[in-house]
Design a binder for this molecule. Structure first.
Ligand SMILES: [Zn+2]
Length: 129
C-alpha cells in the first residue's frame, strides 16, 4: 500500500535528485568558465573553484548560484589582466595587435600578426618574420 506520506516523500527525493543533477551540470560548466575567467583576472582561481564545488555539494544549485553571484560581484574589482604586463601571464594571449600592419622585408607585402605566436607572418612568402 502506498500512503500519501510515501508519495510526498518520494516527490521530495525526486526534487532533491533533480536539483543535484542540475547542480552538477551547472558546476561543470560554471567551474570551467569561472576558473578561466579568474585566471585571466589574476584572481585565485583554485580557491574559487574549491569554494564553488563545496558550495554546490552542500547547497546543490542554490549554493552554486550564491557562489557565482558572489564571484560576479567580486570580479568587478579585478579587471582582465589585473594591470600586470602580458609577459608575466603564461598561457594568456592578449588580443593586442600592432596598429600598423608591417610590410614583409622580402616581398614588401603586408604581413599578418599572430598574437598567439607574437610574430608576423607573410602569407605571400609563407614564412614568419
Ligand atoms: Zn613576404
Amino acid at each position: 500500500m502506498v500512503g500519501a506520506f510515501q508519495v510526498f516523500f518520494e516527490g521530495w527525493i525526486f526534487i532533491f535528485l533533480a536539483l543535484c543533477a542540475v547542480g552538477i551540470i551547472a558546476l561543470l560548466v560554471g567551474a570551467l568558465w569561472m576558473y578561466q575567467d579568474a585566471q585571466s583576472r589574476r584572481m585565485d582561481a583554485t580557491i574559487w573553484l574549491v569554494f564553488l564545488i563545496i558550495a554546490t555539494l552542500i547547497g546543490t544549485i542554490v549554493g552554486f548560484v550564491i557562489v557565482i553571484v558572489l564571484y560576479l560581484v567580486i570580479r568587478e574589482s579585478h579587471p582582465v589582466g589585473g594591470g600586470m604586463p602580458a609577459a608575466y601571464m603564461p598561457g594568456y594571449a592578449p588580443m593586442q595587435t600592432p596598429p600598423v600592419p608591417a610590410a614583409c622585408p622580402v616581398c614588401g607585402r603586408p604581413m599578418m600578426w599572430y598574437p598567439q605566436y607574437q610574430r608576423w607572418y607573410c602569407p605571400t612568402c609563407g614564412q614568419y618574420r
